[in-house]
Design a protein around this ligand. Structure first.
Ligand code: NAG
Ligand code: NAG
Ligand code: NAG
Ligand code: NAG
Ligand code: NAG
Ligand code: NAG
Ligand code: NAG
Length: 208
């Protein structure tokens, strides 16, 4: 009887140890998996951007290859906590290409600067999906088409510089919803019509 009792204690202890060990195992594998979860959406969007580049005489885009993480590609800045693109700065690099709808997938983008290149085609409506966008600079390119009305969804915009392009059509009245807008540069385009009256309500607007 005494023997059986001892045996039971040993069995129960072993059982507990096994449970404890499996708990540690679980913890172990949880900490072993990467803390930063990679989101391939941004990389995909950047690769689509690269695919739309038709001229790159300075070979800037050569650095955009899989040998390094996209956060370290030329002109790309990622946030410190997440590996998400926060800035795309490719000014004065003699780049030719068209803007691409995939830009709308860079959902953490705060600044887009393509000043002084030869980007052409229209600004895609998908730009309206960039809810964190604060600075949009496309000055001195060959961008045509109309200013997308969806730009009004980028409510954090403070600076929009699109002068020196080939934009046509009217300035969308919906842009007056951009209550944080401070600078709006649209000179030297082929825009028609006048500044929509609603713009009078942009109290913080300094120049256009
Ligand atoms: C990656 O980011 C996109 C856009 O922000 C989001 O829709 C998607 O759920 C994310 N995927 C993962 C695995 O976090
Ligand atoms: C890939 O990018 C790295 C870093 O910018 C660069 O040194 C390397 O030459 C590139 N590779 C190719 C094949 O272009
Ligand atoms: C990214 O954007 C494109 C074009 O707007 C879309 O077709 C695609 O499904 C989006 N999502 C991902 C995860 O790339
Ligand atoms: C433009 O904005 C409208 C209204 O928010 C939305 O329904 C539509 O999907 C947007 N277009 C694109 C291409 O993102
Ligand atoms: C755009 O081009 C004009 C005319 O060449 C030039 O005066 C201006 O400095 C340029 N602006 C930027 C921001 O590069
Ligand atoms: C207007 O923009 C074009 C190129 O986009 C540039 O060549 C021209 O100098 C600009 N004109 C003025 C007055 O800024
Ligand atoms: C400007 O704002 C005032 C008060 O919010 C509003 O009554 C008026 O209709 C607005 N004007 C325009 C042109 O949107």
């Amino acid at each position: 009887m005494e023997l059986l009792k001892n045996h039971m204690v040993v069995s129960i202890s072993l059982f507990l140890v096994t449970i404890l060990l499996s708990c540690f195992n679980l913890l172990g594998s949880a900490t072993a998996s990467p803390v930063i979860r990679r989101n391939d959406t941004d990389q995909q969007a950047l690769l689509e951007f690269k695919a739309k580049i038709t001229g790159d005489q300075l070979k800037v885009m050569d650095s955009w290859n899989s040998s390094i993480l996209f956060c370290h590609w030329y002109g790309v800045t990622c946030g410190r906590k997440h590996q998400r693109v926060t800035k795309l700065e490719l000014q004065l690099l003699k780049l030719s290409g068209s803007l691409w709808p995939y830009i709308g997938n860079l959902s953490f983008l705060r600044e887009l600067n393509l000043v002084g290149n030869n980007f052409y085609n229209h600004i895609p409506q998908e730009i309206g999906r960039l809810r964190r966008l604060e600075i949009l600079q496309l000055t001195n390119n060959s961008i045509s088409g109309e200013i997308p009305s969806n730009l009004s969804a980028c409510s954090k915009l403070t600076v929009v510089r699109i002068r020196g392009n080939e934009l046509t059509g009217e300035i969308p009245a919906s842009l007056s919803f951009l209550s944080n807008l401070k600078v709006l540069y649209l000179f030297n385009n082929s825009l028609t019509g006048s500044i929509p009256p609603a713009f009078g309500n942009l109290s913080s607007l300094e120049e256009y």
